[in-house]
Design a protein around this ligand. Structure first.
Ligand SMILES: Nc1nc2c(ncn2[C@@H]2O[C@H](COP(=O)(O)OP(=O)(O)OP(=O)(O)O)[C@@H](O)[C@H]2O)c(=O)[nH]1
Length: 379
């Protein structure tokens, strides 16, 4: 019998090949990503490979035995979808929950086998397999909704949502007695169903590549804007933020305060206890300072042992309270103790400039040092 382009078998064959290409793209793209993302990407790449294998087996329907083209094919399809879920979780959090779903999938296999080999019933098989696929996709959508939003994330969720809708429609068609007796039967419903499966493999793989690319961009942005030792903002990043905050002040008239902090006698720590201990003191100081700041406040490393703190929407009185809190914040261990001198200034109005504020904070810091250190002075 000649095959038309809309024949389910030819669509499945095409989708199997596209799945293979997508799996290869992800496998190769994976190698150019940082090592910590590679594990998740490997799993995400393995899943179109599983879908490719399942589609290949479906394509052999009526040629090869049913245990291969139905039972094994469905098992591989479900495991491939679980792999995608595990890959996503690894990608975002470095670990994954999979045992419950793996158990459900394995438990479904004898059911599918029964309704294929013993009491053939396409409708029941379809309900079991599509029900599990729906559950897996819904669980992934729920998981993705908890992650920081991005285009790649929305794209992947839309792809999953669309595929879930088709699966649900398919299950409704079974209930309505429109499912037919095999996926290979020609007909509009089968063609829509099979094409949407093929389409969703492509979209999910593209979604995975988008997610990986966005993640890589975020990592680069983080590296470029954060000091590698203390995780404080770099000098350039904190000054850029300060300029933005000053622009807000000019637009909305919100107050802005700025603190310049310098660890006291830090050279002695380096000289007496070694550079490594000096580094540990710097890290601990940054951590304890961040811990006492509010969410919109920003800590930046201005120079060696000199830090800047931006305090948006904070007037001079409130800034003084924050500065004292920073000065008195305890070290995490006694051997990391180190006092700090603070120069404080508040923007004088919309005509104030960052250079002028930095210069005032620097003078106040100089005063704090001269008056005996371990204190807060205001410009
Ligand atoms: N361990 C370590 N030391 C650093 C780092 N950056 C700068 N330093 C050291 O910090 C010390 C700063 O010393 P000084 O500027 O003399 O200031 P101080 O000893 O803190 O004295 P006062 O500021 O006057 O209280 C220098 O010895 C720098 O080498 C760093 O990343 N790690």
């Amino acid at each position: 019998m000649p095959m038309s382009v809309l024949d389910p078998r030819s669509i499945i064959t095409l989708s199997a090949l596209m799945g293979l290409v997508m799996a290869m793209v992800l496998f190769f793209v994976r190698r150019s990503y940082p090592r910590k993302l590679q594990g998740g990407l490997r799993l995400l790449a393995a899943s179109p490979l599983a879908w490719f294998t399942a589609a290949g087996l479906y394509g052999l329907r009526d040629v090869a035995p049913d245990w291969l083209t139905v039972v094994l094919a469905n098992l591989i399809l479900l495991l491939g979808t679980l792999l995608f879920s595990v890959g996503l979780q690894h990608f975002f959090q470095g670990w994954a929950r999979w045992r419950l779903w793996a158990g459900l999938i394995l438990a479904s296999t004898p059911v599918v086998a029964w309704f294929t080999l013993v009491e053939p019933n396409y409708g029941v098989r379809l309900l079991v397999v599509n029900g599990l696929l729906c559950g897996l996709f819904l669980q992934q959508i729920r998981y993705l909704m908890q992650q920081p939003t991005s285009f790649g994330l929305r794209f992947t969720m839309v792809a999953m949502g669309a595929q879930t809708s088709v699966l649900v429609l398919r299950m409704v068609s079974v209930a309505a007695g429109l499912a037919g007796h095999s996926m290979m039967e020609p007909g509009l419903l089968q063609v829509v169903y099979v094409s949407s499966n093929a389409m969703s493999v492509q979209m999910l793989t593209i979604g995975a590549v988008l997610l990986a690319t966005e993640r890589l961009r975020r990592e680069f942005e983080h590296v470029a804007s954060h000091d590698s030792l203390t995780e404080a903002l770099t000098r350039r990043a904190v000054l850029e933020l300060a300029e933005n905050e000053l622009a807000r002040l000019q637009r909305y008239g919100e107050p802005l305060s700025l603190m310049m902090l310098d660890l006291d006698h830090f050279k002695d720590i380096n000289d007496l206890q070694g550079h490594q201990q000096g580094d540990a003191v710097l890290v601990d100081f940054a951590n304890r300072t961040r811990a006492v700041l509010r969410r919109p406040d920003q800590l930046g490393r201005y120079g060696g042992e000199e830090f800047l703190v931006l305090l948006p929407a904070t007037d001079a009185r409130a800034a003084r309270v924050v500065a004292e809190r920073v000065r008195l914040a305890p070290p995490s261990r006694p051997e990391l103790a180190c006092t700090v001198s603070v120069g404080l200034t508040t923007a004088l109005g919309p005509d104030d400039s960052l250079d002028a504020m930095l210069s005032r904070a620097d003078q106040a810091l100089y005063l704090a040092k001269r008056e005996g250190r371990n204190r807060v002075c205001e410009a």
